[in-house]
Design a protein around this ligand. Structure first.
Ligand code: FE2
Length: 502
């Protein structure tokens, strides 16, 4: 259980990082000339075009992934082997959607190193590198920020890592240089798709070799066999899958997933795309039929939890499946700009009281109201304090404010209007966004969402397996100095592994 003295956004506004007393020291970790990261720059949008090509012409990720795995097979070891680990008790970090290389990524690092002390490894769950997975972005978006983390880092790619055909990821993690060409497109449109498809950047090998020195200690090297992998501990098998650009997996990976998922050992899935997110169920299609979630739910496979990146916040859905509960988590708040939580409807898939998110919906609405107020130069119209925003959410969703450290306020007409404009849904209604809070920010975001001052509302997970229990804690990174020293604890669950394995 959470200690009474732990800071948390669920207890106080201070715990959310509002009214930061002192900014964090994370800026000292950043490169001398931090990369300017703006999604509004036409060159960046053009570089990200593979997302559009995959959706219009068909996603070639399955085909290209098969050929990457075939290339790995030419090495000494089987890339589809299960990695045996003997530790009966172990701990690790899960950090999602890290690689923007700006303040929001580096602000996570001090608390991560603090809470991650003594952990056996870290997993980056999707989008290791923005915007396009380029090999040349690894120095400042991977090696530098995590140079102080003494243990290995495993990774699963996200859609952004696939925007260069996974070329940067495969070169950095596996030393592969020969990029497979996408081949599934046919006819004149296929020729057009092939023509437009973005190829990997020409690598700056000297810079990459220099950067590798930042994580060159023997204890920092991971024995990751492939872009999808399984680590087998005596008490828990941790399985990572690669969901490409649009969220599905290929036949070969599915066959492997079914194989490593079978049997009584409790399992945890880490996936690029979350299975429950924003109040929706996205089971994850498999090439040729079936879904990833069918594998997770199959009682013979004994999954206890599934963690997905892609959406840049924290959400937890404890879903009743037959006679057991599977914890479905979103953990994509490890570096990139914050996705809104105030657009998440009141839950219908799980009990609203059991649903958790970070940032709280009220903090998310307050954050975006300030963002819009600033960008549109209409601060007096838009800006809502966390208390006003929280009251407007409570009214709209017909529920009590989660944080009750201050006298409750009545939402003004203005606060309610701003809530509607910024996409807070009505109770039990699917959301109808008035202003682009999610979709447009997804594409045109950081210029508008570039938020250089705390709170950043970032988060990461620490998981501990001890005895017959798996503990999962979500910690926040606000960018405030006090929270670097003592990261706010936003969620804390304990799962029995014994009941699962029996
Ligand atoms: Fe992402």
């Amino acid at each position: 259980m959470q200690a009474p003295e732990s800071p948390s956004s669920r207890r106080t506004a201070q715990g959310a990082g509002w009214g930061c007393r002192e900014p964090g020291t994370f800026v000292e970790l950043m490169p001398g000339t931090p990369p300017r990261f703006t999604w509004l720059r036409p060159s960046v949008l053009w570089a990200s075009r593979n997302d559009v090509i995959a959706k219009w012409f068909g996603d070639p990720s399955d085909d290209v992934r098969r050929r990457w795995v075939a290339a790995l097979r030419e090495g000494d070891a089987d890339p589809l082997r299960v990695v045996d680990r003997s530790e009966p008790e172990f701990s690790f970090l899960v950090v999602g959607d890290t690689g923007e290389g700006d303040k929001s990524q580096y602000a996570v690092v001090p608390g991560l190193l603090n809470i991650g002390a003594g952990t056996d490894f870290m997993v980056i769950s999707s989008d290791v590198i923005y915007p396009t997975g380029s090999v040349n972005d690894y120095p400042d978006k991977f090696f530098r920020p995590y140079q102080g983390y003494p243990a290995p880092i495993y990774a699963i790619p996200g859609n952004h890592d696939w925007y260069d055909g996974l070329g940067g990821f495969m070169r950095v993690f596996f030393g592969l240089a020969d990029q497979p060409e996408p081949s599934p497109w046919r006819g004149p449109f296929g020729r057009l798709a092939r023509l437009l498809w973005r190829r990997p950047d020409r690598p700056d090998l000297a810079a990459l070799d220099e950067a590798r020195k930042m994580r060159s200690a023997p204890g920092q090297q991971a024995d990751q066999p492939a872009p999808y992998w399984a680590l087998d501990f005596p008490a828990l098998r941790v399985v990572g899958i690669d969901t490409g650009i649009v969220g599905g997996i290929d036949r070969e990976q599915a066959e492997w997933l079914r194989g490593v998922s079978a049997g009584p050992k409790p399992k945890l899935l880490i996936t690029g795309k979350p299975i429950y997110v924003d109040g929706r169920h996205s089971p994850g299609p498999i090439e040729g039929g079936g879904t990833v979630d069918e594998i997770v739910r199959d009682p013979a496979n004994h999954y206890v939890a599934a963690i997905g990146g892609d959406i840049h916040n924290y959400q937890r859905y404890p879903v009743q499946v037959d006679d057991r509960v599977i914890q479905y988590l979103v953990s994509g708040g490890g570096g990139a700009f914050m996705h809104a939580t105030h657009t998440i409807p009141r839950q219908t898939l799980v009990d609203e009281g059991a649903f958790k998110c970070y940032p709280l919906r009220g903090d998310s609405l307050s954050f975006y109201s300030r963002l819009y107020g600033r960008r549109l130069r209409l601060r007096r119209l838009f800006e809502l304090s966390p208390e006003e925003a929280s009251a407007a959410i409570a009214r709209r969703l017909d529920m009590e404010p989660t944080r009750q450290d201050r006298e409750p306020v009545r939402p003004s007409l203005r606060a309610r209007a701003v809530a509607v404009m910024l996409g807070v849904p009505r109770r039990h209604r699917t959301r109808r966004l008035r202003f682009p809070v999610r979709k447009v920010f997804q594409r045109f975001r950081s210029e508008a969402a570039d938020w250089d001052t705390p709170p950043f509302f970032k988060s990461f997970l620490r998981l501990d397996v001890a005895g017959d229990r798996l503990r999962i804690r979500c910690f926040a990174a606000t960018g405030c100095r006090e929270h670097e020293l003592e990261p706010p604890l936003e969620d804390d669950i304990s799962i029995s592994l014994a009941a699962t394995a029996s």
